[in-house]
Design a binder for this molecule. Sequence first.
Ligand SMILES: Cc1ncc(COP(=O)(O)O)c(C=O)c1O
Length: 391
Amino acid sequence: MRYDFDTVLDRRHTHSLKWDHCRSQFGLDDVIPMWVADMDFAAPPAVVEAVARRAAHGAYGYVLVPESFWESAIAWLRKRHGWVVDRRWLARSPGVVPALSLCVNAFTQPGDSVIVQTPVYYPFFRAVENNGRRLVRNPLVVVGGQYRMDLADLERKIDASTRLVILCSPHNPVGRVWTREELERFGEVCVRRDLVVLSDEIHMDLTLHGQRHVPLATISPDLAARTLACVAPSKTFNVAGLSMSLVIASNPALLARYTAQFDAAGLIIASLFGTVALEAAYRGGEEWLDQLLEYLAANVDFTDRFIRERIPSLRFVRPEGTYLALIDCRQLGMKQAELDDFFLRSAGVYFDSGPWFGDELAGFERINLACPRSTLTEALERIERAVRDRT
Ligand SMILES: Cc1ncc(COP(=O)(O)O)c(C=O)c1O
């Protein structure tokens, strides 16, 4: 079966954060939103049908999460990632963002420092700082045009108050799919310096152009013993609004500290539709995902070519994974507020502003490429016109 990623789904006035924000925030109706990380595609038919079937039942009471839910996740992780996970290593969270906060509380004390690799998904900052921990930045470096980890800097930033490092793998927003060798070297530091690693692998399924995701916990038993990973069907299958993600830790002590926080926060009852959607996606979404990945890879190639040929004052940073990518706009010579405003009001496209992810991205914007080709073309043509009219 061929799935359709070309048909435009009208998402306006659907309580969509992505599509309804620009009207409610700026009073602007004709803006193409290419910011927050959800996709303009319907979820796989297997998911839509399972949710519709359950919705038709009419009674939406408390959920008993079935064993088949966990089995579907275990089978998915093994098949797609070669990650052999035991049922006893798994727990739930309503989302990865809440899991980050629970883990910061579980593995650190107030005043401890937590290391993040900037520029990075900005809720990492809030998970640390809103819980009274000290945020320590270990910036990525650009080597030969590619973002890399700076492990010498990481070593220097670790002190007696450092308990936890948060890894983003694949990395949002720089789009790196970390290689086994990179993860091994990173892991070696974490083991030697006795850190717990919170590994946000929410983008694990979204690797492009033949890249492969390596789950951090599969690198070595030593590393697995200090890793708690977060995964989810939310980005992969566009079900973020259904609130369901998973936490994986083979070390029972780590998992117990997480579940103690989870229980204390009163999160025990699961989302009904999240429960239904996770299992339907992991059991019936694989063929759809394979085709989605082809479509996203073609969107990356299309954007890369369009910007090179038609908007050469911008530079596209090709992602290896995720459907998010950076655009280097420094050649336009605008201050960030002016740049953000230019895209929003002159071009009519809305991006995540680079510095939200860290000061390293001054002069950058993050674009979300998970939309039909026609929407992407329209957005790029709008930018082309606005840049041309400006000069
Ligand atoms: C790295 C990363 N973690 C977590 C999330 C969001 O997770 P959730 O919606 O499950 O809270 C995102 C969404 O963009 C993300 O990019």
